[in-house]
Design a protein around this ligand. Sequence first.
Ligand code: LRH
Ligand code: MN
Ligand code: MN
Length: 388
Amino acid sequence: MPDIAAVKAALAAQRIETPSWGYGNSGTRFKVFTRPGVPRDPYEKLDDAARVHAYTGIAPTVSLHIPWDRVDDWAALAAYAKERGLRLGAINSNTFQDDAYRLGSVCHPDPAVRRKAVGHLLDCVDIMDATGSADLKLWFADGTNYPGQDDVTARQERLAESLAEVYARLGEGQRMLLEYKLFEPAFYATDVPDWGTAYAHCLALGPKARVVVDTGHHAPGTNIEFIVALLLRAGRLGGFDFNSRFYADDDLMAGAADPFQLFRIMHEVVRNGGLEPSAGVAFMLDQCHNVEDKVPAVIRSVMNVQEATAKALLVDADALAAAQRSGDVLAAHAVLMDAYATDVRPLLRALREERGLDPDPVAAYLRSGHQERIAAERVGGDQAGWGA
Ligand code: LRH
Ligand code: MN
Ligand code: MN
C-alpha cells in the first residue's frame, strides 16, 4: 500500500501554474459576457493569482501571454509578483492575431512575415530574460484550409528554420516548449498537428526543446495518457496545458469533462517519475472561464488537478505490478479503479490544515470578501484575448 506520509509530501510539493488569461473576461465568437471585478492589467491579474495561491498553497507561478499582457517594465512586474509570493512562469507567444498571419506565421510563404513572427518570438525571449521565466511556450495557428493551398513539406522546412533561430537564442536554463494542435484555426492541415510532429522538431533542435500536451488539442478518443508515458520515457515532456474538452478546444476547467482521463494522465505522470522536479514537467492550466467568476474557477481547477494527482499517488504500485506480471487483467484494472474510486477529499483537507490552510479553498475565498472588493474597485476589466 502507498505510504500516506509520502503521498502527502508529494502533494505538498506539487506546483500548478495558472494562466494570466484565465483571470480575464473571455467568451466564444458569439459573445463575451463580462464579469464584475475582472483585472484591468497584468498587475491585477497577479493580485488574483496570489489569491489562488493563498488558498490552494500550490499555485505560485503565473503564465503570461504576449501581447495580451502588456507592461513597460517586465522586471517591475516580476518584482511585483515576488512581493506577492509569486513568480512569473511560461511566456506564451502570440503569432495568430495579426492581419499579417492570414496564411501563417513561421510557416508563411513570405519570408517577411516569417521574419516578423520570429522577431516576436525573440522578443518573448527578451521578456523571459527580464522576468526570469524559464519557458517559452510556442503554439502556432499555422496550417492550411485546403488541399494544395501550400506545400506541406516547404512549410515544415520554414518551421524548422524559424524554430532553430529561436532555439539558438535561448539562454542558460531556458527552454522551448512546443505545443501541438490537431485542428483550428486551420482545418485541413495544421503545421504542428500532433505530438509526433512536435517531438520530431524538438529532437532536431536539441535538449532544451520539449513537447507540451494541451489536453484539448486531440481528436476525440485519443489516448492522451499513452502520449504522456511515451514523452516522459523519451525525456521530452515539457509540460501540460490542462483544460477540459467536451467537443473541441473548449478550454473549460480541468477535470470537469473527464476526471477519469485526468486521473489516467496523472497515473502515467506518477508512474514515470514526472512529479519529480528533476523531470522538468510544468503543470500549467490553459483555460478560460466564460460564464463563471474567474478566481473561484481557477481555484476549483487547481483542486481538480490536485485530486487527480492524489488518486494517482494512491495507486498501489506493487499490487499493480504483481497483477500485471501475472497477467491478471481484472486484478490489475481493479488496482487502478480502487485508487480512482477513493474519495481523496478528506486527505486533501487534512493536508491543507497541516499546512495552515483552510480545508475548503473555494469557501475560504468566497468568505474572504475579495470578490466583492474587486467588483467594487475594478471597472472596465480586461479581455482575456479571445472571442471579441
Ligand atoms: C491554443 C492555445 C495555446 C494558446 C492558448 C491561449 O489553442 O492552447 O496554448 O497560446 O490557447
Ligand atoms: Mn494551450
Ligand atoms: Mn488550446
